[in-house]
Design a protein around this ligand. Structure first.
Ligand code: HSE
Length: 407
């Protein structure tokens, strides 16, 4: 065994490429794609697959997950069940049984990542989750490798394929919100419960992962302002297209000794901004390092094959070395978005009268029963608070404006 620097937190390199005998937990869209992808990889064999009762239809399959995580013939467990339970119990058991673990489950890593990292350390196995953020993009591992060259100061992008696909369908094919969601579900992009995608929670989970691997800081969930696209309507698309603007669900995070910023919100972009060219289920995931121009990764952010491709990368990494993606010493920080200021777009019904909103409005258009506004720069914290109060009685859609925001 020799020490290496790749995935720097803990890395012991083997001189020979290992063959891996894999136990797969889950056989949905991603599990099936991984199974077919590995057919052409002789050194990566799926020996056992856990599926729910009644679905375990071929000899490798079992409906008893302990036959996977406690099986001495298996050295690596891939978890693609989604959800917190029984995924938590099974991953914990696999690590305690000395097996490497690869997961695509961002909610699970958000909730239990630190515990899994410590178990992996104790048992000298890998705990990797590249596929949990950015679909098929090697976003997290790129940031871990880049930290060798200097601090990462900010992260962000479009990190949810489902909502990007939906918005794009609404913009280019003029589908309704509901029609676009149905298509995203049938293509296997959405989570089992798509509210995680639509309400921005999936993006929040990914932003937290990007921040912890780039800065050692877990941002406290409730301190992050999060707005999804649930209130987006065809009326918004029509009005914004007429003004040369597109909607994208963006996230942004910036961590330093003195300042922690983190938020998720729909954002209006112009044709010459990179995010505007991100179509279908694609993601753009970027990071900035010590004042250098941001580095961008663009590719499919959701779907069986892209996600399976990122799991394959992690498996190939385990073939070469044992490592963990989470830093050893993480700290919990509160996001403070009170100084993060930019203009907003707001659309609401004519019946709403609100003096605070009126006082920050710089442009206002009344079209039929709807009012469309652009505001002066307002802090993310203040705007999300104002909108959550208004929303108690009136439907409203709002989005930040990307132009002029510092990176
Ligand atoms: N539902 C997720 C998305 C899957 O749409 O991005 C990939 O993480």
């Amino acid at each position: 065994m020799i020490e290496c620097f790749h995935y720097k937190y803990k890395c012991i390199q083997s001189e020979d490429m290992r063959t891996l005998t894999i136990g797969l937990l889950g056989y949905g869209t991603v599990g099936k794609s991984l199974d077919s992808l590995l057919q052409t990889h002789d050194a990566l064999t799926i020996a056992s697959i856990f599926r729910r009762k009644g679905k375990a239809v071929e000899p490798r399959m079992t409906d008893d997950p302990m036959k996977v995580v406690a099986n001495s013939a298996i050295d690596t467990v891939v978890e693609v069940l989604g959800g917190l339970h029984p995924a938590y119990e099974l991953v914990k058991s696999a690590l305690m049984n000395g097996k490497h673990v690869v997961t695509a489950n961002k909610a699970l890593v958000n909730a239990y990542g630190d515990e899994f990292k410590r178990l992996a350390e104790v048992h000298q196995v890998s705990f990797l989750f590249n596929a949990a953020c950015g679909g098929g993009l090697p976003y997290l591992s790129s940031m871990i490798d880049s930290r060798e060259e200097g601090s990462i100061t900010s992260v962000g992008g479009i990190l949810n394929g489902t909502t990007n696909f939906m918005i794009d369908q609404m913009e280019r094919k003029h589908l309704s919100f509901e029609e676009a969601l149905k298509q995203a579900q049938s293509l296997g992009y959405a989570e089992a419960d798509p509210s995680g995608d639509i309400d921005g929670i999936d993006t929040l989970n990914k932003l937290r992962l990007a921040l912890v691997v780039s800065s050692n800081r877990w941002v406290e969930v409730n301190s992050v302002q999060v707005e999804g696209i649930r209130s987006l309507q065809a009326d918004d698309i029509t009005f914004l297209q007429a003004n040369g603007l597109k909607v994208r669900l963006l996230c942004y995070g910036q961590m330093s000794e003195t300042r922690s910023i983190a938020f998720v919100e729909p954002t209006l972009v112009k044709a010459d901004e990179s995010e505007s060219a991100i179509l279908a289920n694609n993601n753009i995931a970027w990071f900035s390092q010590d004042g250098q121009p941001r580095q961008e990764l663009i590719g499919q952010g959701a779907g069986g094959l892209p996600t399976a491709g990122n799991i394959l990368r992690d498996l190939e990494h385990i073939q070469r070395s044992t490592s963990s993606m989470l830093p050893m010493d993480t700290i919990l920080v509160q996001a403070d978005n009170t100084q993060e200021v930019h203009p907003y777009y707001v659309r609401h019904a004519l019946s709403l009268r609100n003096s605070a909103l009126e006082s920050i409005t710089v442009e206002k258009y009344v079209l039929g029963e709807q009012v469309y506004r652009f505001t002066s720069p307002v802090s993310v914290h203040a705007m999300h608070q104002m909108m959550s109060t208004i929303r108690l009685h009136h439907p409203v859609f709002y989005a930040g404006l990307l132009s002029g925001r510092s990176v």
